[in-house]
Design a protein around this ligand. Structure first.
Ligand code: BMA
Length: 300
């Protein structure tokens, strides 16, 4: 199966919310208790983002909870790091719990926050796991060579590239290592960042990334797929030369930020089918379906 954008996209817009909001987008995605669960970024009218859960039996029709489950002001001693919003959650199941990396936004600029949950009702907030400015962080689902690993995108690296770092407790990180940078002369020429949490395959860790190229007044965001080595994740084994998802529909071109397709959540089913939840124009939530086999074939 190639990449098929769902015919009834978008699957979620603010019309589907039981409360007032400016936009609903960039969800983390997970299958939990046989339901498809989206932890959606919802920008409230005041202009700051919170997270709200949306649930579905089939991955296509979602029902949104009556109120957000995590807000900028729920961060206790870390509230100053999230006072302008929390954004773009990425969910990884590690050992016995769900770890969520997300952007805390404040006067200090974006940085990466870590929270954990077992039930998507109670969230334990661990606090920042990078300094500002950094975002686009995902955790690998298991230890590699005795360490937990994460990728992120420090902005102090003016090269706008993906870095790896490692930890023994998920809180303290070091061993910083460059993974890969923008792809000159292509759709990902200006910036590159990790998108979805990596999934283990026989051939390597597979994940989606985003690439950006500035065009006139618009930064155009497209999505690609990348494969890195199982034991040395800083070694890129291959990636899709062309984007797998690009903004070509009206609902991806027009919105709060034009010409954006952006993802931070996918669900890889046991049978190899893949559901990619992505956002159009930083405004809505869309679905594209494909298979692991096809995504791997693009990395060769
Ligand atoms: C990135 C992130 C995303 C956003 C994207 C496109 O830098 O901040 O939240 O979806 O830009 O505007």
């Amino acid at each position: 199966m190639e990449i098929v954008k769902f015919e009834n996209n978008p699957v979620l817009t603010i019309e589907d919310l039981p409360f007032r909001a400016n936009s609903v987008f960039n969800p983390g995605a997970v299958k939990f208790n046989k339901e498809y669960l989206l932890l959606c970024r919802v920008e409230l009218p005041v202009g700051r983002s919170s997270f709200v859960l949306a649930r579905s039996k089939d991955g296509k029709k979602f029902k949104v909870d009556s109120k957000p489950c995590l807000n900028p002001g729920d961060h206790g001693e870390f509230n100053d790091l999230t006072e302008w919003g929390i954004e773009d959650p990425r969910i990884t199941f590690i050992e016995d719990k769900y770890l969520i990396t997300y952007t805390g936004y404040s006067k200090f600029l974006p940085l990466v926050m870590l929270a954990e949950t077992m039930d998507f009702k109670n969230f334990r907030i661990h606090g920042p796991i990078t300094e500002p400015s950094n975002k686009d962080s995902t955790l690998f689902p298991e230890k590699i060579n005795g360490y937990y690993w994460k990728m992120d995108r420090p902005s102090s690296d003016s090269y706008n590239s993906i870095w790896l770092n490692r930890s023994t407790d998920l809180i303290h990180w070091g061993g910083f290592r460059f993974m890969t940078g923008p792809l000159p002369g292509t759709w990902a020429a200006d910036k590159i960042g990790g998108s979805t949490p990596p999934v283990k395959t026989d051939e390597g860790w597979l994940f989606l990334f985003h690439g950006v190229r500035g065009f006139g007044i618009s930064n155009i965001y497209k999505i690609g797929v990348m494969l890195v080595d199982l034991n040395k994740p800083w070694i890129v084994k291959g990636y899709s030369r062309d984007p797998i998802i690009a903004p070509d529909k009206l609902y991806e071109r027009v919105g709060d930020v034009q010409n954006v397709t952006f993802t931070n959540g996918w669900i890889v089913e046991d049978n190899g089918n893949v559901k990619i939840y992505y956002s159009g124009a930083d405004t809505n939530i869309c679905l594209a379906e494909t298979s692991l086999k096809y995504l791997l074939s693009l990395c060769k």
